[in-house]
Design a protein around this ligand. Structure first.
Ligand code: SD4
Length: 332
């Protein structure tokens, strides 16, 4: 074979390989990145926390603040409410201690910060933000998350309140055991009562998206248990070009299906937000799980949707605030 023939053969094969990858001579030039439109700011927050949390985050967005500041402030507001399910003073674990899970994810960089089983620090979403902004890590857990928080200047304090102490005392006095050793909730109906989470999604005037969530997790959980909330694609997920989603419910099961990642990816493929939310929840049902759970989804153009499974008598809702006001949407 002549040199010319060898080189023709080599370059022919190489060109065919590149063509198979969708790279041709003419298309080899990198395409100009598609500009992402800025869109109209919004903030979405789940459950009955929605109107109050949005009332904190929205004025910030309206005056030009970043979506990450609005999400953090909205969730801090809920974490400090003294609600039994989110933040300080709520849901004790099996030994009576309150521990927190939280995550924040920033659209422009796809960066993430999360804490799992955080102890003795109130603003879990702010510690998650410190993980994201101050370190290369994405998730820090347990006592080490507390030590990290202290290192970042957060105050250590007890998360036990009169309410959480009484709840645990009552439960322990009855000789109850954690339900975490019960059989999996497959075709049996969700045995879980007692779990809740706040999730927020914001778009700012600069066109940046952020999602966050925070929870005390599951009542009387086994110490060390971490739920879905700090797991990317489970508790929350954002894609700067597409939109975001937040989840709530039985995180032990929901994290197996990455429902927020699933919904965002379906929207990327062109599915409408409501259909994407329903499809992500249906995947869990189709696998045979009977749980209580829901997701709220919003595309970056502000079109939103939600879906739930179980929770026939539990009024799951989410609220979206824009310049036009706050609208609370019940999920059926
Ligand atoms: C968890 N997903 O830790 C959370 C709890 C929750 O509604 O959202 N419950 O499993």
């Amino acid at each position: 074979m002549t040199d010319k023939a060898i080189s023709r053969r080599f370059f022919g094969a190489a060109a065919a390989g590149l063509a198979a990858l969708g790279i041709t001579g003419a298309a080899a030039k990198p395409a100009a990145p598609k500009a992402i439109p800025t869109g109209k700011p919004f903030i979405l927050t789940t459950w009955d926390f929605g109107p109050g949390a949005n009332a904190v985050g929205w004025p910030m967005l309206a005056s030009g603040a970043s979506a990450i500041d609005a999400v953090e402030a909205a969730i801090n507001h809920v974490e400090l409410l003294g609600d039994y399910w989110v933040g300080a003073g709520g849901v004790p674990n099996e030994v009576g201690e309150t521990t927190l899970d939280a995550m924040i994810m920033w659209g422009p960089t796809h960066d993430l910060g999360a804490v799992g089983c955080l102890k003795r620090v109130k603003k879990a979403i702010s510690v998650a933000r410190a993980v994201m902004e101050k370190t290369q890590h994405s998730l820090i857990v347990g006592d080490d998350a507390t030590r990290f928080a202290a290192r970042m200047g957060f105050t250590e304090t007890s998360l036990t309140s009169v309410v959480s102490q009484q709840a645990w005392d009552k439960w322990a006095a009855k000789g109850e055991k954690t339900d975490a050793f019960d059989p999996e909730p497959i075709r049996k109906g969700d045995q879980l009562v007692g779990h809740d989470t706040v999730g927020s999604i914001a778009l700012d005037a600069a066109g940046n998206l952020c999602v966050g969530c925070s929870t005390n997790g599951r009542e009387f959980k086994i110490p060390g248990r971490v739920g879905d909330s700090p797991i990317a694609g489970a508790g929350a997920y954002v894609d700067q070009a597409v939109g975001g989603a937040v989840a709530t419910g039985n995180g032990d099961v929901m994290m197996r299906f990455l429902p927020t990642y699933h919904a965002v990816e379906l929207m990327r493929g062109g599915m409408a937000p409501q259909a994407a939310a329903e499809a992500a929840i249906k995947r869990i049902e189709d696998a045979g799980y009977s749980i209580g759970g829901g997701i709220a989804v919003i595309r970056r153009d502000g079109v939103h949707g939600g879906a739930k499974t179980g929770w026939e008598d539990t009024p799951f809702s989410y609220s979206v605030q824009t310049a036009a006001g706050n609208v609370k949407t019940p999920v059926s």
